[in-house]
Design a protein around this ligand. Sequence first.
Ligand SMILES: NC(=O)c1ccc[n+]([C@@H]2O[C@H](COP(=O)([O-])OP(=O)(O)OC[C@H]3O[C@@H](n4cnc5c(N)ncnc54)[C@H](OP(=O)(O)O)[C@@H]3O)[C@@H](O)[C@H]2O)c1
Length: 273
Amino acid sequence: MATYVVTGVSKGIGYEFLRQLSADPSSTVVGIVRDKPTTVKKVSEDPDLKGRSNIHILEADVTNYDALKKAAADTAKITGGSIDYLIANAGYVSQFDGFDPIGVLGEKPKELERVLKELFDTNVVGNVHLYNLFMPLVLKGQTKKVIVISSGMADPDLTTNFDLEAGSLYAISKAGMNMVTAKFSAQYKKDGVLFLSICPGMVDVGHYNNVTPEQTVGLGKTMQKFAEYAPHFKGPATPESSVKDVRSVWEKASIENGDGGAYLSHFGNKQWI
Ligand SMILES: NC(=O)c1ccc[n+]([C@@H]2O[C@H](COP(=O)([O-])OP(=O)(O)OC[C@H]3O[C@@H](n4cnc5c(N)ncnc54)[C@H](OP(=O)(O)O)[C@@H]3O)[C@@H](O)[C@H]2O)c1
């Protein structure tokens, strides 16, 4: 029996967290989304999820501090004032930088700036507020685990060893969030709170369903580099298997094992795919 708060459960990996974590009726799962009616409807029409009274959907855009503050207050009412796990899954996955090197993005400076700021607001600033606002509930919980869904794209060694050009702005935001994990761990490890950044692997959630022929060229280059990095890699995982892997990593990890503030893959190490 555990209490979870997960952001971004409207679709993709977050929806799969909602599905798997609520499968145990003794657990309580609070999902935070930007559009509550749409997710409530989706859950009520899902044969797997409908009727699960342990699912609670709250509404907050992670870039809206007041909305997050209300979500924390509403969560406390639902759970009795404590939570075991806080999962920062919501993220802005930008398309603008998904296919070209950073120097090419520089040909559109205004768009570069807009996307980079939105990435920082969502993937970094929003999660800093999320962590601070939910920390009183985490500190009162039993398990005390706080996890951000990171990305192997944020690994500087992977980037330099394989000259991985694409995804630059997104990677910058995810690398920033890895440091947030380390800094929160530095403060709260002594209180028994384990902070982790976990990459879910490459997961098929439909991000590349509508790529243009030009974008396909950029995507092909990235996939070639992934094949060089991991010759065993056969393609993206399903959300189901990825979420199982990520959960297994956070279950095994502990402050006692030296994992406080760590940046890990879904394998529990630095092998990203
Ligand atoms: N898929 C992969 O291969 C992969 C690899 C590495 C890391 N990740 C990470 O995994 C996490 C989940 O992504 P995904 O792959 O499942 O992508 P996704 O299907 O695009 O889901 C992203 C989720 O984040 C929510 N979100 C975005 N901006 C938000 C905001 N400002 N406030 C609140 N919620 C917001 C979205 O809500 P809306 O429905 O309202 O847009 C959606 O629920 C992300 O952090 C992503 O960076 C994914």
